[in-house]
Design a protein around this ligand. Structure first.
Ligand SMILES: [Zn+2]
Length: 363
């Protein structure tokens, strides 16, 4: 396998070509790809040629997270995510919601899974099996083509009828081919928005009654309405000072909360990724990657203080995840890539100087 290393551009073209071929009968392929990209970002190896094992239960959790808000009613009814009458994954998600007695409200998956741990485990098993029987072994196949090349992971052991036992005997995992994790992480900023657009189009096609004038399907599916960050503003300012994290200007009561690693790229709402910001810096930074020095600073904030805030607010910190994601994103960028260092200030990416969060080994 190691004679082949994925070229990011070629890999991206292949992925897009697969997704543009034919009409999907469910949104599962899109979900599994998004989950794979997110997993890849958090597990970019220091040796780009290392194959990366991906546990299927981990993928199942990420897929569950994606569908968790989506199964809530939209305009009065649940959106179809499949052309089949019975859609396994949304049904499994709804079953977990009722087992945890959270209905279709805004309770987070994290809270629900602590309330109903057995049901959560059952849901992960069910979604994992569904992924193995359906999208994981179809993802790399061009519809109609007799033989397609596996270029992401070996899927030869997967099929429509694979049992839980057979899956376990195979380690309950797939293995990303050399270079694939790095390529997916590097392409995340392009692929993820494209996947979201395709997902919204699919859902519109599967729910014909949705007129063009029905607002914001994308907002419902991908949380563009976003959980309100305003509750963390006061506590963050109280703990770290009422100043802009980036330019130190003093902040008013309605100043923004900024995601240091862009929300559009990684979607981490944990406290470790959130800082008070002035409007000017917030607007200027937008979707840009922050300079390494800014990541240093955000990760250098006192973890005990963050943990205390997290406990008071019932809000996750996600410190380790922020560090892992930062490592993956920057490792996969070409040297010299522009990063945002302040309003009108661009730093060229230089990974030469040692940083603890960049060098930590990931397996
Ligand atoms: Zn500022």
């Amino acid at each position: 396998m190691s004679e082949f290393r994925a070229d990011p551009l070629l890999l991206g073209q292949k992925v897009v070509a697969l997704l543009e071929t034919g009409l999907r009968t469910a949104t599962y392929k899109l979900a599994v790809l998004m989950a794979l990209i997110d997993y890849a970002i958090e597990h970019v190896p220091s040796d780009a040629d290392a194959p990366i094992p991906v546990p299927i239960p981990d993928l199942a959790h990420r897929v569950l997270e994606l569908y968790w808000p989506q199964v809530r009613p939209f305009n009065g009814s649940e959106l179809r995510q499949s052309t089949q009458t019975r859609a396994r994954i949304p049904q499994a998600v709804l079953d977990l919601r009722s087992a945890a007695a959270v209905g279709t409200g805004g309770t987070s998956l994290a809270v629900a899974s602590t309330r109903a741990p057995d049901a959560y485990e059952g849901t992960i098993t069910e979604i994992g099996l569904c992924l193995a029987q359906q999208p994981l072994h179809r993802l790399q196949r061009v519809p109609g083509a007799a033989d397609s090349e596996c270029f992401l992971y070996d899927d030869s052991f997967l099929h429509d009828q694979i049992s839980r036992r057979a899956l376990r005997a195979h380690g309950d995992r797939i293995v990303l081919m050399p270079g694939v994790a790095t390529a997916l992480a590097r392409l995340a900023g392009l692929l993820k928005p494209a996947l979201e657009i395709m997902w919204v189009e699919d859902v519109r096609r599967m729910n014909r009654y949705l007129d063009e004038d029905i607002p914001d399907v994308a907002g419902h599916l991908f949380g563009r309405e976003r959980l309100s960050l305003s509750v963390v503003r006061g506590p963050l300012q109280g703990a770290f000072g009422p100043r802009c994290f980036y330019c130190s200007s003093s902040l008013g009561p309605d100043s923004p909360i900024d995601h240091v690693l862009p929300w559009s790229l990684v979607g981490i709402d944990g406290l470790a990724n959130l800082v008070p910001s002035c409007v000017r810096c917030n607007r200027s930074k937008w979707h840009a990657l922050p300079a390494l020095t800014l990541v240093d600073r955000v990760l250098a904030r006192d973890q005990k203080v963050l943990d205390q805030l997290a406990a008071d607010l019932q809000w996750p910190t996600q410190y380790d995840r922020v560090a892992a994601v930062a490592r993956g994103i920057y490792r996969s960028q070409p040297p010299g890539s522009p990063t945002w260092a302040g309003v009108g200030v661009t730093d060229r990416l230089d990974l030469a100087s040692p940083r603890w969060w960049l060098s930590t080994a990931t397996s």
